[in-house]
Structures are given as structure tokens and as C-alpha cells.
Ligand binder design. Sequence first.
Ligand code: RP5
Length: 158
Amino acid sequence: MKVAIIMGSPSDKPVMGKAADALRELEVDFSAWVLSAHRAPEALRAAVSRFEEEGVEAVIAGAGLAAHLPGVIASQTLIPVIGVPIVSGALGGLDALLSMVQMPKPVPVAVVGVDNGANAAYLACRILAVKYPALRERLSRFHCQMQADGASKEEAAL
Ligand code: RP5
């Protein structure tokens, strides 16, 4: 079980680091690369072609501006791809969000909120948990803990 984290630029690392943190928290193995769909298309294609033999079962792809990275990856593999739109430049992430979410059928990309690298990791874990009972158990404990924490905050709100 492995997740591939791909980002378009080193400048995307702060957001994608949140995805890595969440995967570590849930004990899910991952590899991370900087591979731009526009600046390194051949290297990206080569990396995607190795995913299956490397045991990659979900991909998290983050990029800003005209963010074609997750869509291009989804065009080259059947492994589910989750896009993270990243704030960069004048349009504040709306450009990246629309670039990712408006994929043509039958090449879907799941998209999380702008700059929400952590949620991409949690979604990847939910996808993998269908197949891996131990991960499902860790996710379940994590979810229960979150609800308990939320309840105790509410009691202290006044
Ligand atoms: C995108 O362009 C990258 O994903 C990044 O979010 C944005 C800006 O890249 P840099 O100019 O900072 O390398 O391809």
C-alpha cells in the first residue's frame, strides 16, 4: 500500500507537506516528487508508468496556476488521483481549482479545497481503507478521537 505525492514546483512543498504529515499520522507509506506537467512532461510520464510496479494505489497531485498536473496523471493511469489546488499568482487558487475540477469524462480527478493538502491525504486513506482493514481501523480511531475532541471543545465554549 503506497501513495504517490506529486507537486508541480518546489514552491508547492508547504501545502503538500500537510498531505505527507497526515499520511505519516495514519502510518501510510508514500513517495514524493516534484514533477511539473508543463516543465517536465516526459519525466512525469515515466514516473506515472512505474506507479503500478511500485505498488502505488492512490495519487495526490498538487499544483497552482493552470494546474493540469492531476488531470494529466489521470489520463495516464487508472489509479485514483486526488488534486490539491494551490494558491499561486493573481487569481488566488481559483485558477487551479477550476483547472482541476473541470475534467472531461471519462477521466475524473477528485479535488479537495484550495491549499488543503491534509484533506487529500485523508481522502486517499479512505479510498485505501476499502482494501486494508488495519488502515480502516486506524481511520476509525482517528475519526472517533476527532469527534471526542470536538465535543469537549463545545463544552468549554462559554
Ligand atoms: C505551478 O506553477 C506549480 O505547481 C506552482 O504552484 C506554480 C508556480 O510555480 P513556481 O513558479 O513557483 O515554480 O506549475
